[in-house]
Design a binder for this molecule. Sequence first.
Ligand SMILES: O=C(NO)[C@@H](O)[C@H](O)[C@@H](O)C(=O)[O-]
Ligand SMILES: [Mg+2]
Length: 379
Amino acid sequence: MEITRLGVRVFTYTSFIRRGFGHSHPGPPNEARQTLFEIETRGGAKGYAFGVPADLVERTLKPMLIGENALYREKIWQKLSELQRGNGSTLSDAHMALVDVALWDLAGHAVGLPVQKLLGAFRDKIPAYASTMCGDADLKGGLTCPEAYADFAEQCKEEGYTAFKMHPWMPPVPGAPSVDRDIEMCVAVRKRVGDGMHLMLDPYHQYSRQEAKKIGRAIEELGFLWMEEPMREASVSSYTWLCNELDLDICGPETAPGQIWTRAEWVKAGACDILRTGVLDVGGITPMMKTIHLAEAHGMSIELHQNGAATLQALGAMQIPGRFFERGLLHPLIDYTKRTPWLATLEDPMDKDGFVHVPTGPGIGWDIDWDFIAANEVN
Ligand SMILES: O=C(NO)[C@@H](O)[C@H](O)[C@@H](O)C(=O)[O-]
Ligand SMILES: [Mg+2]
């Protein structure tokens, strides 16, 4: 299974999302670009991933990967991990992750099995939670006030979601951040959906210890399941302090650099009650499984960051400690089902009971729309 070719195809699509200050927001239709990364072996086996920058393939990945055995994912992950030292700005955790995802996809296609089965399957469906986009300033029909969040939570409950996670208002929205407004939103949502829906909060990420504690105490009383990233995740001692101050579970780290090693330090420091990991955050499925097993060995829950078929494959290969699939990001004005036009079928359809099913196709399980890619390919 010697890797003989790496390819990347760049194509355009219409996006209805804009990125600002690290968060996704509804935006006017705009032309966006996506890439399809391909790894091919001498025997013709192929694996894919979306989002690898074209120049990275030429500059870094070809010298690294050509000639390697595509089945040696652990060796390749170790090699890329070593290469990151001194190249972090050009070989990000996400870039590493996409190489690993393509290698898992290739392995699955080679044997005609979904990655879940290669990892060792446990379950075929996972409860989803609705993960909202951040709040809006004055967007008509948007998440502009606590009642708007309550309306959206009610809508999601009617769609079958059993859990709802809020990203409230973040700068530069006027008046954000606001501890009191965040709490007002949580009160309004709990009042609207009642006690039958799990609620979680993922607020402004630079609150002080006291601000985070004030919010934590308030949502403890509202029976929230966890709070995520209320302070800078570089301050591990602040998270240890917060975990000791609250009964509410603190879930993290999400964005802190350092992949599996940072997560081991957070567990050791008692800086989280629920560990957090993610395919793009820790460099791929290969290292993500290491964090899942770390949590399991400590009797801890772990929640996987972000949506996507690769995340679903890993969730299908674990019982505890991962409870939910983060379906989103959602917004009242965004049709979530239209966000990946390069896939012929949605990668994470949810059933009426709020479960998302692990894709059963080979590899990651994408149903790639080759005609769409060909019709929108650019040089
Ligand atoms: O916090 C998160 N998920 O829990 C992130 O997904 C953020 O929402 C961020 O990426 C975003 O808003 O796009
Ligand atoms: Mg988060």
